[in-house]
Ligand binder design. Sequence first.
Ligand code: HEC
Ligand code: HEC
Ligand code: HEC
Ligand code: HEC
Length: 498
Amino acid sequence: MNENTNHTNSDDKQTVPRPRHPWVGWLLFTVITIAVFFMGLLFASIMERRNEAKIRPPLVPIAPLETDNSRWAANWPREYSSYMRMQEDATKTKYGGSFARDYLEETPANVILFAGYGFAKDYKQARGHVYAIEDVRDTKRVNPATPATCWSCKSPDVPRKMVEYGKLRRKDETASFKEFLLAGAGDFYAKKFHDLEGDITHPIGCLDCHDPETMRLRISRPALIEAFERQGRDISQVSHQEMRTLVCAQCHVEYYFKGDGKYLTFPWDEGTTVENMDNYYTTRKFADWTHAISKAPMIKMQHPDYEVYHTGIHAFRDVSCVDCHMPYRTEGGVKFTDHHVQSPLLNIANSCSVCHRWGEEEIRTRVTSIQDKVRESRDRAERVLALAHFDIAACMEAGAKDAELAKARDLIRQAQLRWDYVAANNGMGFHSPQECTRILAAAVDLAQESRLESSRILAIKGYTKPVKYPDYSSKESAQSLVRQFSDGKPPVLLTPSK
Ligand code: HEC
Ligand code: HEC
Ligand code: HEC
Ligand code: HEC
């Protein structure tokens, strides 16, 4: 009975009207064809991605410590020739690009802020990696006392020398690259910059980021490996995507030279935010120099690009430095990693448009409008910081003793390291706009606190008229002003009251 019913039902189904219009069939056919086409495309793209990730060992063998970049070219002509494009050094964007912009000329307040330190004499914008050796040799910041540690981020000859020193220390031939590297690092840092001038000749290159045997990405700088270890992390366990950021974090970070051995160290034990680093330095009573105007103990932030990037939206969404600064490029149907590391604004199509479907001009305007805002906040911090240094100098003129000035000086130290965390970081805040403006707000607040403290001291000493701030509107006037302070002949800043 049931069976019958079923039969009847299925018979009924057969009587359901079939499509009468032939176009329905065609529509179905077209939809399926299109779907199959796109599935094919997807498959092809997956295959392409796999090829990208596939490691191609060298055809022409490369010596394990080959530092001459041109010797790698035979195997990888595309990567090498794109790397050589970094020789272009006349590209400008509003705040970046590859050319030696003179920061002191552009922002004379920097001369005041760095008074008594090398950065007040010479401070230029970075160029491409191929210029690393030339530029460090030319800078006026290097002198006979400069430690070899200064070479650390300039050349693949650095890991080569460390491994050589490591081999002298460890007798076992079978130790790994990493073991030799860590064993030899201390001997390297203990040398003087000039001692190694003849040995270090090749600019940042292949050996800094690659293992020549497998071409896998590899960390060649002990400081990063050690900073991870002190945080309880093993750098050899990170994901491939994280490695695409960590190869840059070998150099684009905040660091200092620890102890008499000038051991290169990243101050990350408590974390990588500006507050974490401030705590790190404060508990160790570390200072880079004494300010020539305010005599405050100061800290110079280097270029915490990695740390700042880490607080931004792109790090949050797992976009690596390499995704923007070394995007894929296609030549003659071959897809490869563009080794022309530069401002992404000079290559928006490959760097940003892969993920953002906005027009190129819209992307550029968006970036510069973010940067303009950070720059405005930075300017405000710079202005109050300069005034805060002069206020302390005025207190000294009024006869205030070091003990009375300790609080005002400490506030200035805290304020300026915050300002510098943003100012020294590349990209004018783009890597993490909210974090940069947050930190600049703190810098302005702390600098004004310092100024309040100074005016209280001045009032106690009987000075209530405004401080006479000297002119520092050009690099030259600022530098000659700083010289007066360094020579112990500062200008008069006080006006007698009444
Ligand atoms: C989402 C894309 C993106 C990511 C990810 C990114 N950057 Fe940038 N970076 C930029 C942009 C945009 C600028 C601003 C360029 C300009 O002003 O011309 C910039 C500027 C820079 C500059 C200065 C270049 C110049 O010409 O002034 C350096 C150095 C830099 N970034 C390093 C890094 C490092 C290191 C990382 C990873 C820790 C990183 N960036 C991650 C987009 C990115
Ligand atoms: C600052 C770090 C860095 C330097 C310096 C560097 N590379 Fe790379 N290289 C990378 C990164 C990152 C990738 C992408 C790897 C990945 O995602 O697996 C890469 C990929 C490659 C690949 C794999 C194929 C491709 O194009 O994606 C080759 C080959 C290569 N690099 C050769 C070289 C050569 C030759 C030099 C020296 C002229 C060099 N690299 C210098 C970081 C670097
Ligand atoms: C071995 C150290 C080292 C490594 C590794 C390194 N950099 Fe650099 N980078 C430097 C130095 C030093 C300069 C400045 C060179 C100069 O001005 O002579 C620089 C300059 C730059 C610039 C400015 C170039 C321009 O045209 O404005 C960018 C952008 C940059 N690096 C991004 C990166 C990215 C992204 C990575 C990782 C893929 C990376 N760097 C890895 C040391 C390094
Ligand atoms: C690999 C993908 C990828 C690349 C490459 C990339 N971005 Fe992004 N970007 C993202 C993601 C993901 C977000 C988060 C917002 C979202 O999910 O849409 C984002 C957000 C942004 C935002 C909004 C930030 C905010 O806080 O509101 C800006 C601006 C931006 N990107 C600019 C750029 C620029 C400029 C470049 C090239 C230099 C670039 N991006 C490259 C993936 C990318």
